[in-house]
Design a protein around this ligand. Structure first.
Ligand SMILES: [Zn+2]
Length: 119
């Protein structure tokens, strides 16, 4: 069994599309999912202890070494413009690369029509 880890918004509209994308992109069986409302707004500034804790469980218990951070259209938890959210998502990915040096980290943008793209 192989695992990757995703940090996604709480928004239920983006769980299925993001899960499918991450499973296919990293060719893993399962995606451990950490949710926060608009996570990139916080993660672009640093790594909250609860998120660090949850990622470490995924990495340690499930041998995940591939991480994705997600921003999406119409985020109620982070009501910033699309361009601001995308910048925050890239900054958050950079912070995650520093914090989890053994992990590959990708930044994703999810849209309401079900598409997910790498930033
Ligand atoms: Zn959201």
């Amino acid at each position: 069994m192989s695992f990757a880890t995703v940090i996604n918004c709480i928004d239920g509209r983006f769980q299925t599309s993001v899960n499918q994308f991450v499973r296919q992109h990293f060719d893993v069986s399962f995606v451990d999912t950490i949710t926060e409302a608009g996570p990139v707004a916080v993660l672009c500034k640093g790594l909250p202890k609860n998120v660090e804790h949850d990622v470490n469980i995924s990495v340690d218990a499930h041998d995940s070494n591939q991480l994705a951070i997600v921003a999406h259209e119409s985020c109620a938890g982070n009501p910033a413009s699309d361009s601001t959210q995308k910048s925050q998502c890239l900054e958050a990915a950079a912070n995650l690369r520093v914090a989890f040096g053994g992990c590959e980290v990708i930044a994703l943008w999810a849209t309401l029509d079900g598409k997910v793209v790498e930033l």
